[in-house]
Design a protein around this ligand. Structure first.
Ligand code: PMP
Length: 351
C-alpha cells in the first residue's frame, strides 16, 4: 500500500479467482472449465480473422454477435448486450442498474463476485440465507427499491430454481431489476430468457465460458428489455466503445452457430456428471443435486480440507471454500471420463 492510494482503493476487497496452475500433469477440476475444447469452427474462424484483419479496429457494437445471439434466443438485437465475459456484463449491471446505497439481495452462498461488486460500487449487500437443502426461498426475495441477483443454477452448489419460482421473484418485485445469472444453465437448468418480453425488470446473463468452452476468449452477454440494455450500453460506452476484440467476435459467432458441437459436448458433460455423482455417493459422499458442470459434495466422515490436500498430492485439483456452512464441501468440476475416473481412483486411495 502506498501513500498515493485513495481511501477508496485501500478499502477495496478484490475477487480472488480459482488458481490456474500449469495444466501439464495435473487434473484440473477447480474452475468449472469445459473439459472438451471449443468447436473446431471457432478455431477456424479465429485463424481466418488472424490472417485478415488484426490491423483494423473491431466493430464498435459487436453487431454480428448480437444478431447471432438474438436469433438464437428469438429476441431482437436491441435486447442483447455483450461483454468480456459475463463478469464484465455483471460489473456494468452493478454499476449502472443497481443503485448506490440501496440494497441488492442475493443468496448468502453464491458467486463471490457479487459482494465484490457491491463494495466497488457502494451498493448495500443484502445476502439472504439458503434453506436447509441449500435451495433459494423465493419468499425472501421481495424488494422495492434496490435489486436482486442470483445464479440459476446457483454456484457453488449447482442447485437450480424452477422457472415458475424465478417468475414469482420477478413478478413480486416489479420495481426492482432482477438479474438471473445463467452461467451454468446449459447443463440442465431452465433459462428465463423466454420471460424477458413479459417483464421489463428482468435481465438474464449468460456466458460462452462454460457450455461453449471459451473461458479464455472472454465473452458473455445479457438479454432483457431494450431499456435495460440501453442503460448498459451507456455505461459500457463510457469506459470502452469496443465491447469485444475481433477474435472474440468471430469466435463467439462461430460457437453460437455450431449447435451440433454444443449438443454433443454439453450432453457428454451431463452424462459424466450423473455418473460421477452416483460414484461419489457410493464412496460415502452427500452430493447436492446439480444442474451445472460441477458437483458440490461432502463426505460423511472425512474433512474437506484434508481431502482437497490429499487429492492435490495426487495431482488432482478441486475447489474447497473455507466459508461458513460449506467448509466441508468440495466443488468438483466435471472432467472427461478419464479425468473423472482418475479423480475417483485418487479418492479411493485416500478414503
Ligand atoms: N457467474 C457465475 C455464477 C460464475 O460462476 C462465473 C464464472 N466464474 C461467472 C458468472 C463469470 O464467468 P465469465 O466471466 O467467464 O463469463
Amino acid at each position: 500500500m502506498s501513500r498515493f492510494w485513495s481511501p477508496f482503493v485501500k478499502d477495496l476487497v478484490p475477487y480472488v479467482p480459482g488458481e490456474q496452475p500449469k495444466v501439464e500433469n495435473l487434473i484440473k477440476l477447480n474452475t468449472n472449465e469445459n473439459p472438451y475444447g471449443p468447436s473446431p469452427k471457432v478455431v477456424e474462424a479465429i485463424q481466418r480473422e488472424l490472417n485478415d484483419s488484426l490491423r483494423l479496429y473491431p466493430a464498435p457494437n459487436a453487431d454480428a454477435l448480437k444478431a447471432e445471439i438474438a436469433a438464437y434466443y428469438g429476441v431482437s438485437s436491441a435486447q442483447v448486450f455483450v461483454g468480456n465475459g459475463s463478469d464484465e456484463v455483471l460489473a456494468h449491471i452493478f454499476h449502472g442498474l443497481f443503485q448506490h446505497g440501496r440494497p441488492v439481495l442475493y443468496p448468502d452462498i453464491t458467486y463471490s463476485f457479487y459482494p465484490v461488486y457491491c463494495g466497488l460500487y457502494g451498493i448495500e449487500a443484502a445476502p439472504q440465507p439458503l434453506d436447509d437443502d441449500f435451495c433459494l426461498s423465493p419468499a425472501d426475495y421481495r424488494q422495492t427499491n434496490g435489486g436482486i441477483i442470483f445464479p440459476n443454477p446457483n454456484a457453488p452448489t449447482g442447485v437450480g430454481l424452477p422457472l415458475d419460482e424465478v417468475e414469482a421473484i420477478v413478478q413480486g418485485s416489479p420495481d426492482s431489476v432482477v438479474v438471473v445469472d445463467e452461467a451454468y444453465v446449459d447443463f440442465g437448468g431452465e433459462t428465463s430468457i423466454a420471460l424477458v418480453d413479459r417483464y421489463p425488470n428482468l435481465l438474464v446473463t449468460q456466458t460462452l465460458s462454460k457450455s461453449r468452452s471459451l473461458a479464455g476468449l472472454r465473452v458473455g452477454f445479457a438479454v432483457g428489455h431494450a431499456d435495460l440494455i440501453e442503460a448498459l450500453e451507456r455505461i459500457k460506452n463510457s469506459f470502452n466503445s469496443y465491447p469485444l476484440d475481433r477474435l472474440a467476435i468471430v469466435g463467439a459467432v462461430a460457437a453460437m452457430q455450431d449447435q451440433q458441437w454444443f449438443d454433443h459436448t454439453r450432453n457428454a458433460v451431463i452424462d459424466s456428471r450423473d455418473r460421477l455423482s452416483a460414484a461419489l455417493l457410493e464412496l460415502g459422499f452427500e452430493v447436492l443435486p446439480s444442474q451445472a458442470n460441477f458437483v458440490f459434495a461432502r463426505h460423511a466422515q472425512r474433512d474437506a480440507a484434508e481431502l482437497a490436500q490429499g487429492l492435490r498430492e495426487q495431482k488432482v485439483i478441486v475447489r474447497h471454500f473455507k466459508l461458513p456452512r460449506i467448509d466441508q464441501f468440495l466443488r468438483i468440476t466435471i472432467g472427461t471420463e478419464a479425468q473423472n475416473q482418475a479423480l475417483l481412483a485418487a479418492l479411493k486411495a485416500i478414503l
